[in-house]
Structures are given as structure tokens and as C-alpha cells.
Design a protein. Structure first.
Lengths: 361, 243
């Protein structure tokens, strides 16, 4: 059984090239099927009638299947090389390959069928026309087929990236580590300090409700700071004196909008990678400031000796997810970056002062 | 059964303590909040079993268990954790028992009954698979007592025939690790200057030449000088220039 992250990675690793594997069973079957249908169409549209229609179908099928299967074989062989080209170049080369195969098969077919009994003058004309017709049909069908593969691959890719984003969003939210540790704290408090245990349960409920219901919305700063406070309240029970918090809110406007669960994960990182790793603990500092028409939230924590916080996987996930959502709402005016400091790790999240969804449009 | 409870979170210790109080025949002989404290507590109270949290600041549970394994009769160890994907995967792979927090009383009883001590190879494998590979201390059993030296205080490791001696400000300690494994574990913190020696660049004081033409380094706080082989000389020179 894979973790969500492993599943997401698996999905991404899935082929990103637009041509399918033409040597695969399924694709070969599909090619044969489509080619045969094309032969049917050609025969039905032609002017042959009566029992001769079967001869005509057999001959046409032979010709179309040769062209189709040879094209598939060539594309199968070229695929590893095509993958390395840009999309347009790869599409162009595949298209050209199909045309060459169709022309080649047409030429051979012509030689076998007509060369024996045709007369010199007419031959040239009929020969040219035969080839041109073949090429035209090949060009149209080839274009349709390539386009089909391209659209299908686009659709599959979009599906994959949507799944990935959803999984990452879930992961970037509150860590299981926090949930189980909090449960443990509550289990111990229930006997000795039931009122504190109750408080912790209420805080946890509120945090998890935020992760579940609000999805991808925007919330006022006051609400988001409230979530961070609830989170710190629970952690404080667990870590005791080791966790100190400093708030610098000054004149922060409480009603500006920002993505839900954007501050809390930063605070959680500060605890998980910073304070919790220090024997004597430390102070998490949360500051909100106005900066040239934008609101900036800074969260910082002391760094454990030898601990490189930036590289930690979980921390990276949360930061990527928040950045993605900031960009989705605010475009370039939303940003998140790490600021190097001595012995502390600081992240700064900035976004424009927006008070209603209408202002965003 | 004498039990030592080790966890960095006060409520977690509290809870284990109250659970243990309900189990007949169990007595809590001490508590510790870090790996280092746990080692001291073991020396003092000599428990039968240590309930050891994996994730702790400073020296974590896995490292503490590795040091404990040097003792002549090490206590049995039961690891506890709330949630730690890497560590748990390692435990599953080694078929080792562990307790998930919050712990159920019956589960705790079971684990205590089945608890045994782990050997060093098992612990090393567990720690390597866990989040942190490098230890914060090296240790050895000196006349029945555990002696620890913080890695950041180590000036050099020098291999003799069978042992590696740790040269540090406070003196010298013989450990059983091999020079190669130390080099792998601590990476760039130490530089190889000879087939038989690794030095920490922070402690470098001077490069000296003996009358016989041999190069030796002098290290801060260490009385003897160490030989530098011709092969490793250029790298050392480059490093000294950069200092």
C-alpha cells in the first residue's frame, strides 16, 4: 500500500509523451480496428457493387492494413528518439513518417497491380494520380489520428495534475504527527486536568473543521490568525515551557482576505522543524505588517544546530502548496519566500490588501 | 519490573507513568526528557526496561538505544512514537515491536512482557533507516560505565589495530566503530588525512614537517600530532589556505 505522496509520484511518472506505445497489444489492436473501418468506408463510398465488393474490400484492407501497421511499426521504433524532441517537432516527424510509409506502400502496390499491363502514356498519369490520392487520404487520416492522441494525452495529463494537487493539498494541511501527539496529550490530560483536555478537544475540532470545510476559499486575516492561535494552544499543552510565542500585529487590518490555512502550516513548520527539535525550546515569532499596499506575514523560529529546515520534505510541501494558492488568487502580487537569518529560519508571505472577492476580479 | 520513562513531552511521560501504575509488578524508577538524560538515568537507576520515545530533540531515541547497547547488561528497550513514517517503516522491516501513542494499557503490558534488548547491528540498521543518520555522540563501555563524547568536541579519529581512538579536548576514548563507517556517518565534518586518521577541520592548528620530511598536523587540545599521507596532503593544504 502506497502513501498518498507515493501515489502522486506514481501518477506523475506515468508517460508524459503524447504518442502511445505502438508496440503495445492494445494500441496495435486499435490500429488494426481503425484501419479496417477505414477500408469499409472506402469500399462503401466507392462505385463497386455486387459480389465484386468483397474482392474490393479484401484488396483495400490489405493495402490499408499494410500502411497502418507499417506506420505503427515505424512510430514504435522512432518513439524513444521522438520523446527527446519538442512537441511540435515530434508531431511533425511522426506525420512525415506516416506520409512516407503511405507513399511507399502505395508505390509497391501500384507496381504489383498495374505495372504488368499498363500502356506507357497513360501509366504516368494514372500512377501520379494513384499516389496523390493515397497521400491525400494518408495525410487526412494521419492528421486526425495524431490530433486524437494529442488531445487524449492532454486530458490524461490534466486529470493527473488535478489529482496530484488535491493529494498535495491534503498533505500540506495539518500533519498526522500533530494529530496523534495531540491525542496523546489529551489522553493524559483527561485524568489530571479535564478542563484543559476539553479546551484541547475544542481547539482540535476547530482546526480540523477548517481543513475540511473551507477547501480552497479565502478567509479574513482574523480567522486565519485564530486558527494559528488554536494550533499553538494545543502545542503549548504538549511542549509546555519549551514553546514561547511572540505576536507583532500592530495595525494589521483584520478583514483582509487570504487563503485559508496559509498561516497555520507556516507556524506548524516553525514548531515541527524549529522549537520541537531544541532541548530548551524557543520562540516562534509571528508578525503582520503593511508593506507598500501589501500585507506581509512573517513567521520565524530558532533553528536546531545542524538542522537544515529548508530541505525538509514536509516543510517544502506546505510551502509549495501555499505558494500555488497565493498565485492562483493574487497572481504575481502574492508571494512566499524564505529569508535567511542568523540562527533563525524565517518565511515571509505577502499578498495584496483585498477585502472582497469582487475586488479580485 | 523496573521501568524508565523517556519522552520529551511532559504529558506523554505523565500518561505512561499513570498507565504503568496500574500494571501489577511494574515500578517507574525514573523519567528523562532527552536521550542524554536517559543514559544518565539508566546508569543511576539500572532499569529492566526503557520506554524510549523515538523523536526527541538533541539525542533521539534510536541513538540513545545505540549507546545503551554498549553496556554489559543493557536494559530492554521498547520504542514509542506518535507518528513517524520513516522510523515505522524501518521497524516493520526489522520485525521489531514498538508502541504507538496514545498507548493502550493492554498493548503496553504486552510490549513489556515481550521486551528484550536489541543488539548493535539491529539498532544501527534502524537508525540508518530513520530520519537522522548521524549520531550526536560516540560512546564506549569503559570499565562497565558508558562514556560519551559529543561529536562536535571530537578533534580526530585515529585507527589502531583493533580499535579507533577518539581524540577530544577531554582526552581519548577507544570505540569499536570502524574508520570507514565513521567517515560515512559523519560525512564532511571529518577529513581523511591518512589511511588511519580522520580529522575535524575546525580543530586544525598547524601543519608541521619533521626533520625526516614527514608531514604532521597539530590539532587544538590534542597533545600528539597526526601523520598526513602524501596522497591526502594536497586536499589538506587547500583547506588550510581557505581557513
Amino acid at each position: 500500500m502506497g502513501t498518498p505522496a507515493a501515489v502522486a509520484r506514481e501518477l506523475v511518472r506515468e508517460d508524459s509523451f503524447f504518442l502511445p506505445d505502438f508496440c503495445g497489444m492494445r494500441t496495435v489492436f486499435l490500429v488494426v480496428l481503425v484501419a479496417e473501418l477505414l477500408a469499409f468506408v472506402l469500399v462503401l463510398a466507392g462505385d463497386v457493387s455486387g459480389p465484386q465488393i468483397w474482392d474490393s474490400l479484401a484488396l483495400l484492407s490489405l493495402f490499408v492494413q499494410w500502411s497502418a501497421l507499417l506506420s505503427a511499426a515505424v512510430l514504435c521504433g522512432l518513439r524513444p528518439w521522438l520523446r527527446r524532441l519538442s512537441l511540435w517537432l515530434a508531431a511533425g516527424v511522426s506525420y512525415l513518417a506516416i506520409l512516407v510509409v503511405v507513399a511507399g506502400v502505395g508505390e509497391v502496390a501500384y507496381m504489383l497491380l498495374y505495372s504488368g499491363f499498363a500502356q506507357p502514356g497513360i501509366v504516368l498519369n494514372a500512377h501520379g494520380e494513384f499516389l496523390l490520392r493515397n497521400m491525400a487520404i494518408g495525410a487526412i487520416i494521419g492528421a486526425v489520428v495524431l490530433r486524437y492522441f494529442y488531445v487524449q494525452q492532454q486530458w490524461r495529463q490534466r486529470l493527473e495534475s488535478e489529482t496530484r494537487v488535491r493529494i498535495e493539498a491534503l498533505q500540506a494541511r495539518i500533519r498526522p504527527h500533530f494529530l496523534f501527539n495531540s491525542m496523546n496529550t489529551i489522553a493524559s490530560l483527561i485524568r489530571v486536568r479535564p478542563e484543559l483536555a476539553e479546551e484541547a478537544v475544542l481547539d482540535l475540532a476547530e482546526l480540523y473543521r477548517a481543513t475540511l470545510t473551507l477547501g480552497d476559499g479565502l478567509v479574513p486575516l482574523a480567522a486565519e490568525l485564530g486558527l494559528a492561535r488554536r494550533y499553538l494552544g494545543v502545542e503549548r499543552l504538549r511542549l509546555g515551557e519549551r514553546l514561547a510565542v511572540e505576536w507583532e500585529l500592530d495595525d494589521a487590518p483584520q478583514d483582509v482576505l487570504l487563503p485559508v490555512l496559509s498561516i497555520q502550516p507556516l507556524v506548524e513548520n516553525a514548531v515541527y522543524h524549529g522549537v520541537e527539535r531544541l532541548e530548551r525550546g524557543g520562540t516562534v515569532r509571528i508578525a503582520v505588517q503593511r508593506d507598500r499596499g501589501r500585507i506581509c506575514v512573517k513567521v520565524s523560529n530558532p533553528v536546531a544546530p545542524g538542522g537544515a529546515q529548508q530541505r525538509a520534505h514536509g516543510s517544502h510541501m506546505a510551502i509549495e502548496n501555499i505558494t500555488e494558492r497565493l498565485h492562483a488568487y493574487f497572481g504575481r502580487r502574492g508571494s512566499l519566500r524564505g529569508i535567511p537569518q542568523d540562527a533563525r529560519f524565517c518565511v515571509e508571505m505577502c499578498f495584496p490588501e483585498v477585502r472582497s472577492m469582487a475586488e479580485l476580479q | 519490573m523496573r521501568v524508565l520513562v523517556v519522552d520529551d513531552e511532559p504529558p506523554a511521560r505523565e500518561r505512561l507513568r499513570s498507565l504503568l501504575a496500574e500494571i501489577p509488578g511494574c515500578a517507574v524508577v525514573g523519567e528523562a526528557a532527552t536521550g542524554a538524560e536517559a543514559l544518565a538515568a539508566v546508569a543511576q537507576a539500572s532499569p529492566d526496561v526503557v520506554l524510549l520515545d523515538i523523536r526527541m530533540p538533541g539525542m533521539d531515541g534510536l541513538e540513545a538505544a545505540r549507546h545503551l547497547a554498549h553496556l554489559d547488561s543493557p536494559p530492554a528497550v521498547v520504542f514509542t512514537t506518535a507518528y513517524d513514517q520513516h522510523a515505522l517503516a524501518a521497524f516493520e522491516a526489522q520485525a521489531r515491536d514498538y508502541l504507538l501513542k496514545p498507548v493502550r494499557r493492554e498493548r503496553l503490558e504486552q510490549a513489556l512482557a515481550a521486551a528484550r534488548s536489541l543488539n548493535r547491528a539491529q539498532l544501527e540498521a534502524l537508525q540508518r533507516a530513520g530520519a537522522e543518520a548521524a549520531r550526536s555522540h560516540v560512546s564506549a563501555n569503559v570499565r562497565g560505565r558508558l562514556q560519551l563524547v559529543a561529536v562536535r568536541e571530537v578533534a580526530a579519529f585515529k585507527a589502531d589495530q583493533k580499535y579507533v581512538s577518539v581524540l577530544h579536548a577531554g582526552g581519548e576514548l577507544l570505540i569499536e566503530d570502524s574508520l570507514v563507517s565513521l567517515e560515512q556517518e559523519f560525512g564532511v565534518r571529518f577529513l581523511r588525512i591518512h589511511r588511519n586518521a580522520l580529522v575535524c577541520p575546525d580543530f586544525l592548528e598547524a601543519l608541521e614537517k619533521t626533520p625526516s620530511g614527514q608531514c604532521r598536523v597539530r590539532l587544538r587540545g590534542v597533545r600528539e600530532t597526526l601523520e598526513v599521507s602524501r596522497r591526502h596532503l594536497p586536499e589538506l593544504r587547500r583547506l588550510l589556505k581557505g581557513l
